[in-house]
Design a protein around this ligand. Structure first.
Ligand code: SF4
Length: 355
């Protein structure tokens, strides 16, 4: 089985300062196959009351403010008292605990939201160390989450990741992802940024860009296999590449706002928060269409802008005008905050219009 790591070998490190963010309310993934549940219950019978199933996995609930086993000094009592092998399997792997099987591939991803991972030279956690940890876990629910098989897609993502990890250049990173000219994608993003925000697209500065490039394969993987599904999986890659350009533009705005380079956590949250706008920008030149009939509107629709945009899309069946033109026609007179809000609220409608 080939293994695809979504980050480059030894380039990520976390210094656990006992912040305990990973030990607060995310549950405890237990290696049932290896007898970890029996062992845990034997040593701490009260935990039996909090066991639950999450799909195929057996986990134990732990409170949001603090795991049952998190000590005041930030250490895990299970590990301190019983040794590292007894520590729940998902906790041992964390933050590299997102392990999937896709056809003949194992994909190993990481949690860049909860854990303060940083990009380092070459003294980070090694892929070999992660593989050794994975080999010590038997429960397929922890290290064998099955995703729809598409070996060609994973191989392509791996090739893209290799090319991106080999460059610090924005245009080269685009070329790794898409065959269209970078200038076209950048100009489209700039047109859309100007129409929505009144300011053109800009690339982030070198430090933020470097972190973003390290993060890109993981963001791609999660958009391809996550719940959002802006298009059928085989149609996503070209949209994804244009969403990526938009993401970098939001990263540039974020670093201007923060007045410092952005890290992995910040860039990850920008991706998840801004995805509706990134998708809208990626679709700027495509023609949306909705069947006539009632439009499913959000509960709130300030100024009726979402309804108006939805109606424009319904009326667009014959004219096939690009999405950007419809946005400008409906939202052009609004201020930037109203445009941003309306486009985010309209995300389900826009998603439908390109389904
Ligand atoms: S079992 Fe230990 S490592 Fe796992 S969440 Fe609880 S305190 Fe953290």
């Amino acid at each position: 089985m080939s293994v695809y790591f979504t980050w480059p070998d030894r380039r990520f490190r976390y210094e656990c300062r006992g912040c305990g963010a990973c030990c607060k309310g995310h549950g405890i993934g237990i290696d049932v196959t290896a007898g970890q549940l029996v062992q845990l219950v034997a040593r701490r019978p009260e935990i039996a009351a909090f066991v639950r199933r999450r799909g195929d996995a057996v986990t134990a609930f732990n409170p949001r403010d603090r795991c049952w086993f998190l000590e005041d000094d930030g250490l895990c009592r299970v590990e301190v008292e019983d040794g590292r092998a007894a520590k729940p399997a998902s906790c041992r792997l964390f933050p590299f605990n997102r392990v999937f099987r896709i056809g003949g591939h194992m994909v190993v991803d990481y949690n860049s939201v909860i854990c303060p991972l940083v990009v380092v030279g070459d003294d980070g956690v090694g892929h070999d160390e992660i593989l050794a940890e994975i080999a010590s876990i038997q429960d397929p629910a922890i290290i064998g989450t099955q995703l729809p098989a598409d070996d060609a897609l994973v191989a392509r993502e791996q090739a893209i990741a290799d090319a991106i990890f080999a460059t610090a250049d924005l245009e080269a990173a685009w070329v790794a992802q898409d065959t269209a000219a970078f200038a076209t994608a950048r100009d489209q993003a700039s047109t859309a940024f100007t129409a929505i925000l009144g300011t053109p697209w800009q690339a982030p500065a070198a430090a933020t860009l470097d972190t973003a490039l390290h993060l890109t394969p993981s963001m791609r993987f999660n958009e391809l296999y996550g719940p959002r599904q802006y298009a059928p999986r085989d149609k996503v890659p070209p949209i994804l590449a244009r969403m990526w350009v938009a993401w970098l533009g939001f990263a540039a705005l974020g670093e201007r706002l923060a007045r410092r380079p952005l890290g992995l956590q910040e860039l990850t949250t920008i991706w998840s928060e801004q995805a509706p706008l990134m998708h809208a920008i990626a679709r700027w030149s495509d023609a949306p269409a909705l069947k006539p009939g009632p439009i499913e509107l959000p509960n709130i629709d300030p100024g009726g802008l979402v309804r108006a945009l939805g109606q424009r899309i319904v009326d667009n069946r014959k004219a096939r005008r690009p999405f950007g033109e419809l946005v400008i026609a409906v939202l052009g007179g609004a201020d930037p905050t109203s445009r941003v809000t309306a486009l985010k609220l309209a995300d389900p409608i826009v998603r439908n219009a390109f389904a």
